[in-house]
Design a binder for this molecule. Structure first.
Ligand SMILES: [Zn+2]
Length: 430
């Protein structure tokens, strides 16, 4: 067997790896590279193999940087099957349709997304798929709903793809099981150099108390899928424990509404199904112009959750514009803000928001950030996940900034694991 590393070798996003079995070519994840223009330019690079030469694709989870290249492959002639878990399939539909609506339609269109969705075949965790004499199965990875690691067995050889790994204390998902003993492990390293700081619950409580007791307007910037459902569940939980602080929540994102339905449907995969269901049921959404016309005149206490999470677009802009002159308004940015995004600029003290280089709003209120919100395993959790059973495996690190991969590589080598950082296009024999 051969593995060819392709995506997420020099950057955090765009996961894509090829596995050549003796007779068939498999692809694991098909993600879009996201971020600065030079990173997104990678989405235009020709693949090392024609799309039509790939037999099957296995997707670890729905995030765009793991699934967003699928319609492009289909447009380029891919006609095989796409495997993922049932919850991932539901989220992929939401994410890819949104992606197509923002994409240059020469790159891919909604038609390509529809064709992609027809090729998806869902498999549950631990359900085995056999292709020739190679057996594939998924195991839970925490992180977001449906997220999985992929385990591949070919005769006496075992290969594990971590996908994105969740944390041991995630508010919604169980700790991912350890990586089984394998010959080769290909793992993410997003937090390879970091320990997470702070407590999600405490930082959210500080924000909510401020909005409620000081009667202020609070705007939360959230990703519509996964982050929003975690936030809504935690807010619901906080209000249950502090009924005196309970205020109405409005959500403003059609995509968030759809993702809420999927999280409700698969609430049994979380650690608190009842709470997730209650939190996402009967939420007040801003669907029509007349609702917005009335809400935009409101005063605090008022709580609105909207996307995008890094202020790169979406409906959050109308809230920032509407309340920009309210010195008491609070913008809450939970979690990592990517390099070059308006969210990163605001977190670093910038108050003028630009869209397409045009000044759109000058925020005079408060900005609260939090480092605690992350759905990724941190350095210690990554090491524990791989090291428990894999003292003699070859470990390849992907999906991390250079410093993350370098630091994690050294840490793993210190405990005698053979850790390496592959380059784009590099091929290894197994
Ligand atoms: Zn992810």
């Amino acid at each position: 067997m051969k593995i060819t590393f392709w995506g997420a070798t020099d950057e955090v996003t765009g996961s894509m790896t090829f596995l050549d079995l003796p007779e068939k070519r498999i692809m694991v994840d098909a993600g879009l590279a996201q971020g600065l223009p030079e990173v997104e330019a990678l989405n235009l690079i020709k693949l090392p193999f024609p799309a039509s030469s790939i037999h099957s694709i296995f997707i670890t989870h729905a995030h765009l940087d793991h699934s967003g290249y699928l319609p492009r492959l289909v447009k380029q002639g891919y006609r095989g099957q796409i495997y993922c878990t049932p919850a991932t399939a539901k989220l992929i539909k939401i994410i890819l349709l949104d992606s197509a609506s923002l994409m240059d339609e020469n790159y891919y269109s909604e038609k390509d997304v529809q064709a992609t969705l027809h090729m998806i075949k869902t498999v549950d965790w631990d359900q085995k798929i056999t292709i020739d004499d190679t057996v594939f199965h998924y195991q839970a990875a925490g992180h977001i709903l449906g997220a999985s690691s992929l385990i591949i067995k070919h005769h006496d050889k075992k290969i594990v793809f971590s996908g994105d790994l969740g944390r041991h204390d995630d508010p919604l998902f169980p700790q991912p099981p350890f990586c089984p003993k394998a010959d080769v492990v290909i793992m993410e390293s997003t937090y390879g150099s970091k320990r997470r700081m702070g407590s999600i619950e405490k930082e959210l409580a500080t924000f909510l108390i401020k909005i409620s007791r000081e009667a202020r307007v609070g705007i939360v910037a959230s990703f519509a899928v996964a982050r929003a459902q975690m936030l809504l569940t935690l807010i619901h939980d906080f209000f249950e424990r502090h009924p005196e602080d309970k205020i109405k929540i409005y959500i403003d994102s059609p995509m968030m509404k759809e993702a809420n339905q999927v999280y409700k449907q698969y609430a049994h995969l979380t650690t608190k199904p009842q709470k997730v269901f209650e939190a996402l049921d009967n939420l007040e959404a801003i669907d029509f112009q007349r609702q917005w016309d009335s809400i935009k005149k409101k005063k605090g206490p008022l709580l609105i959750i909207s996307s995008s999470g890094m202020l790169t677009g979406g409906r959050i802009w109308r809230h920032l514009q509407n309340w920009q002159h309210d010195k008491e308004a609070v913008l809450f940015l939970p979690g990592y803000q990517g390099v070059g995004t308006p969210g990163r600029a605001m977190a670093q003290g910038e108050r003028t928001l630009y869209r397409d280089n045009e000044e759109t709003a000058v925020w005079s209120g408060e900005v609260l950030t939090s480092e605690a919100f992350s759905s990724h395993a941190d350095q210690e959790e990554l090491i524990n996940w791989v090291a428990k059973e894999n003292q003699s495996s070859r470990v390849f690190l992907l999906h991390g900034e250079k410093v993350s991969k370098d630091t994690l590589k050294e840490k793993l080598r210190n405990i005698l694991l053979d850790a390496q950082i592959p380059e784009r296009g590099a091929t290894i024999d197994i």
